[in-house]
Design a protein around this ligand. Sequence first.
Ligand SMILES: [Zn+2]
Length: 187
Amino acid sequence: MDKIWSEERIRNVMKELDKKTGLKGAMLPIIFTKSRGTIGYFSVVGGKSNRFAFSDYYYQDPDWPEEMAIEMIKHEYAHYMDYETYGKAGHGPTWKICCGKLGIAPLRLYSENGANYYINKHKLNEAKSEKLDRYDSGVCIEHPKYGKGVIKEIVGAGAKRLAKVEFAEAVEKLLSLSWIDEKCKTC
Ligand SMILES: [Zn+2]
């Protein structure tokens, strides 16, 4: 499956920022992590800008909004710009100047609240998904309209899984598992 946010796509965002700043952030290595707690970071090694990292946990999630993805790329780029221009790290006044020049809200909390929102959403989805693990083929459910049916197949993954259910007279329906969990009884 193609990556939603490939290295190239992130680089293209940075190229646009380089045009504004005259820097070469888009030339730095980019790595992908699996971190849930850190969406992205910029690192300095031996007094030199080293690389950017972005977490696939967010960047390959179809629900991760594009604006948030771009905002976080700009946030990390502002750290790079701050380091290259002022030799500073952290979310201090010079970093805020860089944010201003890149057109993002220079508030650390803004991004962190945004990030926390999605971290919590992920946790919620995982909890929802775990709840659905008890449904498998062979499980009998009672639908409010079609009556008793048997799950024939589970389709998809995570909280958005679907179930093929066979009801009386060979009526087959494809239903969302979370809907089943909410509206149907097991029997
Ligand atoms: Zn930061």
